[in-house]
Design a protein around this ligand. Structure first.
Ligand code: SF4
Length: 471
């Protein structure tokens, strides 16, 4: 990619219709459904010991998972616990702090936290006091880079915070905020059980600007019940007027066999696949015309936002929060179901509160499963990362980093790419694989060619369809 231009994106309904299929989002490779139950606490400790042996001083990234929500949004596919009993959060916090203590001791002296992300559930389910206490605890256990240098972000449900609370979050150390909006249309909001007046969202954004948050992001979803081109047009008008720095536009994946709350969505209210594609096309057209840059997958940003800058510099990477500006950071994740990425491993915590608490009661980190990547995994991970983040791949740069001849090692994959090349989605020359603007929306399909695990049986037997549609 030319260092001064942004990747354009071209919408081609015919090709998208032809190629749309279920596939991973590649927030990790191998994907989480390949993690193994024989990877546990011991293997995680080995990975940390490996970092220490290499005297690793890479930056660290920290993810904190708060699983609770007050009410259920029908579209939700997250791992969350819906309860009005806030006492449960107090118990959870006690255990979470115990895990943070243990991780802090393990990683002491290995690096500085340059990135912190609070996700959920609803992180602001915690009270202001609880959040302050938790942030103090984190600072007592880890070295944080100064505010100017670090990216410290929190997901906000605007229904749960006042302007005062937003100021308090800034004072507690957060400098980036992301707001769940999904859609401003009242009918759509009713159909998904998430009533959130536009004025409420705008008030939170105004407070965030006032408080000095450096980046404000809005999450939207297309494909929700009751959405139409007309309603989407109005929502986009409102979003553009609100002027966020980043916009995430997610595809609603209706998988009621996997996610129970989705059974409360009337299928007749869902837009048809054709309308859904038009909703996507409209959104891309409007956001790009308003000056946003297409980053990739579901993300748009202003040209001077750090994500867009990192992409121009080739420093963008993907992790469990989507796109990220910190290449090479090891990710320590705390909380129920949270996934860490340390050295050449991934590891996931226990998914239920009971199992999570039980392991911590035994004095062990609550690792439930994970995977140690072999050389082939690492190689494919870097190929998928580069394609996802830069839409291009220098084959010789891979040959310099790994002892392979790219055209030989990936002969079968290059053969499969020919069909995409014929459809005008990418160009392969002796040096580069370059995804064209037409291929960018189908980047997941292209990356799937390099995924060795797709189609292989899993150790724990056949599973229901788990992946969302690629577009
Ligand atoms: S979408 Fe977010 S706020 Fe709604 S139920 Fe799911 S996790 Fe909770």
């Amino acid at each position: 990619m030319n260092a001064h231009t942004f990747p354009a994106v071209e919408f081609d309904a015919a090709i998208i219709g032809k190629l749309s299929q279920s596939g991973p989002r590649y927030t990790s490779y191998p994907t989480a459904d390949r993690f193994r139950p024989d990877f546990g606490y011991g293997q995680f400790l080995e990975a940390v010991a490996g970092l220490r042996m290499r005297r690793n001083r890479r930056p660290l990234s920290l993810y904190i998972h708060i699983p609770f929500c007050d009410t259920i949004c029908y579209y939700c596919g997250c791992n969350k616990i819906v309860t009005k009993d806030h006492g449960k959060a107090a118990t959870y916090l006690g255990y979470l702090k115990q895990e943070i203590d243990m991780q802090g001791r393990l990683f002491a002296g290995t690096g500085t936290i340059e990135q912190l992300h609070f996700g959920g559930g609803t992180p602001t389910y915690l009270s202001d006091r609880q959040m302050g206490d938790l942030m103090e605890h984190l600072h007592a256990n880890f070295d944080f880079a100064p505010d100017q240098q670090g990216e410290y972000s929190i997901e906000i449900d605007p229904r749960t915070v006042s302007a005062e609370r937003v100021h308090s979050l800034r004072a507690q150390g957060f400098n980036r905020i992301s707001l769940g909006v999904q859609d401003f249309d009242p009918e759509v909001q009713k159909a998904v059980n998430r009533i959130q007046p536009e004025a409420e969202t705008r008030a939170v954004m105004d407070a965030a600007r006032d408080a000095g948050f450096r980046s404000i992001s809005i999450d939207l979803i297309y494909g929700l019940p009751k959405q139409s081109l007309a309603s989407m047009e109005q929502t986009l008008d409102k979003v553009i007027a609100a002027d966020p720095d980043r916009i995430a536009l997610y595809n609603y994946a209706h998988l009621p066999h996997l996610f129970k709350p989705q059974r409360r969505i009337a299928e007749a209210d869902l837009p048809t696949p054709e309308v859904k594609l038009e909703l996507l096309a409209l959104s891309i057209r409007r956001l790009c015309a308003a000056g946003y840059v297409y980053i990739g997958m579901d993300h748009f940003a202003k040209p001077d936002d750090e994500l867009a800058v990192a992409q121009r510099q080739g420093l963008l990477q993907r992790n469990f929060q989507g796109y990220s500006t910190r290449a090479e950071a090891d990710l320590i994740s705390c909380g129920v179901s949270a996934i860490s990425a340390v050295g050449a491993t991934y590891s996931q915590n226990e998914k239920t509160l009971d199992a999570y608490y039980e392991k911590l009661d035994e004095g062990r980190l609550p690792v439930a499963r994970g995977i140690k990547l072999d050389t082939d995994d690492l190689l494919r991970r870097i190929v998928i990362q580069k394609l996802m983040c830069n839409f291009e791949l220098s084959m010789s740069s891979i040959e310099q980093a790994y002892p392979i001849r790219f055209p030989l090692y990936f002969a079968a994959e290059l053969e499969k790419l020919k069909a995409f090349e014929e459809d005008g989605l990418l160009v392969v020359d002796p040096e580069w694989i370059t995804v064209t603007p037409r291929g960018r929306l189908l980047i997941r399909n292209i990356c799937m060619v390099f995924d060795r695990y797709l189609g292989l049986p899993r150790a724990d037997g056949p599973q229901p369809l788990r992946y969302s549609k690629t577009i």
